[in-house]
Design a protein around this ligand. Structure first.
Ligand SMILES: Cc1cc2nc3c(=O)[nH]c(=O)nc-3n(C[C@H](O)[C@H](O)[C@H](O)COP(=O)(O)OP(=O)(O)OC[C@H]3O[C@@H](n4cnc5c(N)ncnc54)[C@H](O)[C@@H]3O)c2cc1C
Length: 559
């Protein structure tokens, strides 16, 4: 897939770059070799009786041209071997580089501005990848010290993929930056926009709490959002969310506990069936993917290991809207519905969750007009919104085209904690992150503006990021140094179970959308996720997990 593409590209570069390895050199070398060693069948016959005569006969015998097929086969074999060798080389070098970060990673110049980034998710890591750490004192604060590849979280909940395969410790990334980046595993609990400080808190396992302040020149909020519960009674106590890694681990343990409970002695059939009835709430891509993964788990593994329950398993997906997967084309929605019907996943649309108890859920047929998104702001963001007159949307921070937070100079926000025209997706957050990384690189190297900047500072006028951006754009009106963020939608992908996926893909150069479903889309889904995974380490682990699952099935220990 993408790795193979990269490897073959690197091979092409290597072959094209060296005369010794070029295909022409190889071809001529190969033909000389062939004419020297060619022995006609007649010569071979004489070879057994008289070596001397054989030698002269072999010299005399005019070599017949070898078949073009044979030559091509030889060439293909050599190219194949070359690709394998280059891949092994590339893989080895990448692993070596990964395991050996620079021991002398320089500390940044303390006179430089401090850039504080809150979060270690899609948005934050995308900035971190792009930003030049020599231009700032970069500080990252996040309560979890790893990046989570959320797209494969439903697969970890059923055990198709190991949880550690889809996370990337943030320090792996930071140690490979050109200059040292500080990381605090802590939660930001307050932002003082006037004093330009953030308050960070860290609780230890023995209940102690450490609180500190960090000064910033620029601050980025990339703290994501929480799952919206709509205040449904019982959902926090009895339901499982699908947001963080610990949620997926909880789901997995709960599934296995339910299965063993269903096998307990002398259980009545109705109770047993209830223990193995799995209800998924939400018909967006995450809910559909989890339902598909659950059906796979049941059909491929659980029915074999729990034969007494084989006829009791069931999966129901409920959705408040009239249709599931609203972001996909109607053709793909219909395809998914018919596939779910075949795999015994019962879809109930226009059905809203009203109450959750320890052993049942209460639902209600809904009015399709009434619906709200699945995210709600975290307490930090909620407090900011409530404290600022410029922030009027309760769902997230309002930002301008450069992702500057309205009413908070030098504070930027992106991803799920903002309220923009874009959907709360990883695709949006990572594009915004890359944009902000470049914006900070430009802000950090505004040397050409220095005389003007200094003049402003000299007259006591502090320049914030907004002023710098407009100054630079005004001075270079023709080129517009800072351009506003523009989102480019690549398409939507979802796994729907039974080794099938659906894909609505945008092809920019054709200005067209392609709809794909089935095995081909499944292959594409896997390739796309493999290439998007954070590192070679993640890619290797996920690939090995997929192989492991197809060979041995999913693990069923109730760990
Ligand atoms: C199960 C699942 C599957 C998904 N699949 C897809 C998909 O296939 N494609 C897609 O485009 N999108 C997908 N999404 C959506 C996507 O994951 C989010 O849109 C994306 O994570 C948003 O990125 P973010 O950086 O805003 O927030 P996040 O990635 O959630 O990162 C937030 C970070 O902030 C940290 N944080 C939280 N509170 C604080 C605090 N107070 N101080 C400091 N740090 C804090 C968190 O620990 C975390 O590191 C999926 C989401 C889920 C839950």
């Amino acid at each position: 897939m993408a790795l193979a593409k990269l490897l073959s590209q690197s091979l092409t570069r290597r072959v094209a770059g060296s005369g010794f390895g070029s295909p022409f050199a190889r071809r001529s070398h190969s033909s000389v070799f062939a004419s020297k060693t060619y022995i006609s069948p007649k010569a071979r016959f004489f070879n057994t009786s008289s070596p001397k005569r054989n030698a002269s006969s072999a010299k005399d015998a005019s070599p017949s041209p070898s078949s073009p097929f044979k030559n091509r086969w030889k060439l293909a074999k050599r190219v194949g071997l070359g690709i394998v060798a280059a891949s092994v080389f590339f893989y080895g070098v990448s692993i070596y580089n990964f395991r050996h970060p620079d021991p002398k990673q320089p500390f940044p110049d303390p006179s430089k501005k401090t850039l504080v980034i809150l979060g270690a998710g899609w948005g934050a890591t995308s900035i971190l990848r792009t930003v030049d750490s020599s231009l700032y004192n970069v500080v990252v604060v996040s309560p979890r010290n790893y990046f989570l590849f959320t797209s494969l979280l439903p697969s970890t909940a059923t055990g198709s993929v190991h949880s550690r395969s889809i996370v990337q410790p943030i320090r792996y990334l930071l140690r490979h930056k050109s200059h040292f980046v500080r990381f605090y595993e802590a939660e930001c609990s307050d932002i003082d926009k006037d004093g330009k400080t953030v308050e960070i808190r860290r609780k230890t396992s023995d209940g102690q709490e450490f609180v500190q302040q960090i000064n910033y020149d620029y601050l980025v909020c990339s703290v994501g959002a929480e799952t919206q519960t709509f205040g449904i009674p019982g959902i926090e106590e009895h339901g499982c969310f699908m947001k963080e890694m610990w949620d997926a681990q909880k789901i997995r343990t709960r599934i296995m506990k339910c299965l063993e409970q269903a096998q307990f002695k002398d259980l009545d059939p109705e109770t047993r069936r209830r223990y193995v009835h799995f209800v998924v709430v939400g018909g967006g891509p995450t809910g559909m993917e989890f339902a598909g993964e659950m059906a796979d788990f049941i059909n491929a593994d659980l029915k074999s290991w729990y034969p007494e329950l084989a006829n009791d398993f069931s999966v129901t997906l409920i959705e408040a809207l009239p249709s599931v997967l609203p972001m996909f084309s109607s053709k793909l929605r219909e395809y998914t519905k018919s596939l779910f019907a075949k795999t015994n996943i019962n879809i109930r649309t226009q059905t809203a969750l009203k109450k959750v108890t320890s052993d049942s859920i209460i639902v209600e047929v809904t009015d399709p007009e009434v619906w709200a998104g699945g995210n709600r702001p975290r307490p930090l963001i909620k407090n900011l919104i409530e404290s600022l007159n410029e922030q009027t949307n309760r769902r997230g921070l309002i930002v301008d085209d450069y992702m500057q937070v309205n009413g908070m100079p030098d504070v930027f926000a992106l991803g799920d904690c903002t309220s923009t025209a874009y959907a709360p997706t990883a695709q949006v957050a990572s594009q915004q992150g890359a944009f902000l990384g470049q914006l900070f690189n430009k802000l950090g190297s505004l040397d050409f503006e220095k005389p003007r900047v200094d003049r402003h500072i000299a007259i006591g006028e502090e320049l914030d990021s907004a002023a710098l951006i407009s100054l630079a754009n005004e001075k270079h009106a023709s080129t517009k140094v800072f351009r506003p963020f523009k989102y480019s939608h690549q398409g939507s992908l979802a796994y729907v179970g039974h080794e099938k996926a659906i894909a609505d893909l945008n092809v920019p150069f054709l200005d067209k959308q392609i709809h794909a479903s089935g095995y081909l889309a499944f292959f594409f889904w896997r390739s796309a996720y493999l290439s998007e995974l954070y590192s070679l380490r993640n890619r290797t682990n996920v690939l090995l997990d997929w192989i492991r699952t197809s060979l041995f099935g999913r693990d069923i220990s109730s760990l």
